[in-house]
Design a protein around this ligand. Structure first.
Ligand code: SF4
Ligand code: SF4
Length: 134
């Protein structure tokens, strides 16, 4: 199976080889989809992990015990363009810049390739233009 996960590293783990140790120990294949450090200096890594389900789950349980927060991405976020009023409330909230303001016409654009399905824009959007597709 292949599944996507977001790993949130507290500051003290940012420069430690926790993930390479994890995939080596459990014999998992992986693909790094995104890696960035938030303004709060939390490290965030979006990985696609391939392996049998139990092995992947065991690996995740181990890193969670270290204090790393792991979020499974099993859903997609979609923008309902007709509902969006381009208010731009969501733009600064998006941690991966998947929502941006087009300076030419001040419309808000959504890039699904960048989105890690954190859900922050869904909670913030006053017109419910951002939705979750399971
Ligand atoms: S769910 Fe919304 S806020 Fe979160 S990454 Fe995707 S577009 Fe950005
Ligand atoms: S918060 Fe909602 S309405 Fe406002 S720009 Fe974002 S998606 Fe559009």
């Amino acid at each position: 199976m292949e599944k996507k996960y977001v790993f949130h590293f507290p500051r003290e783990f940012v420069d430690k080889p926790v993930m390479s140790d994890m995939v080596r120990k459990h014999g998992l294949d992986f693909n790094i989809l995104k890696a960035y450090v938030t303004p709060e200096e939390e490290g965030t890594l979006v990985l696609a992990l391939r392996g049998d389900e139990d092995t992947v789950q065991n690996a995740i349980t181990e890193v969670e015990k270290l204090g790393i927060r792991v979020q499974s991405i099993s859903s997609d976020i979609r923008m309902i363009r007709e509902k969006c009023t381009d208010c731009s409330v969501c733009v600064p909230l998006c941690p991966v810049k998947a929502l941006s303001l087009d300076r030419k016409d001040f419309s808000v654009e959504f890039d699904p390739e960048k989105c890690i399905a954190c859900g922050l824009c869904i909670k913030a959007c006053p017109t419910r233009a951002m939705v979750l597709t399971i």
